[in-house]
Design a protein around this ligand. Structure first.
Ligand SMILES: [Zn+2]
Length: 114
């Protein structure tokens, strides 16, 4: 990958990282354990727990994406960014534009692990 593209994706990954960190910071309150004292107004404990489950799932996905983004930045530093993590072939620019943190090329992503 050429330096200009590399710089572009590095910037995109940096923004993505900052966004994910901000979102994780904000969701910390929602994902906190449900209070037992029942002082939640009209929302029942069951509803609150359901909301919490969804919040935790969203948070888990963001954390995974954060880790992927960090490892993508490491690949930028190592000079291996833009290569598929499985077959080593170059990942298409359009795919990287849409998901700069992507690990696999289209073909590997649609093929189950052997
Ligand atoms: Zn591949």
């Amino acid at each position: 990958m050429d330096t200009i593209s590399l710089k572009k994706y590095e910037a995109m990954l940096g923004e993505l990282l900052a966004m994910l960190e901000a979102e994780l910071e904000q969701s910390r309150v929602t994902a906190a354990p449900v209070a037992l004292d029942g002082s939640m107004g009209r929302i029942s404990r069951g509803d609150a727990m359901q909301v919490q489950q969804v919040a935790l799932e969203v948070r888990r996905r963001r954390e995974q994406r954060l880790v992927r983004t960090q490892s993508a930045l490491q690949r930028v530093a190592k000079g291996t960014y833009g290569r598929c993590g499985r077959c080593q072939s170059a990942i298409g620019g359009e795919r990287l534009d849409a998901f700069p943190d992507v690990v696999l090329c289209v073909r590997c992503a649609s093929t189950p692990k052997r």
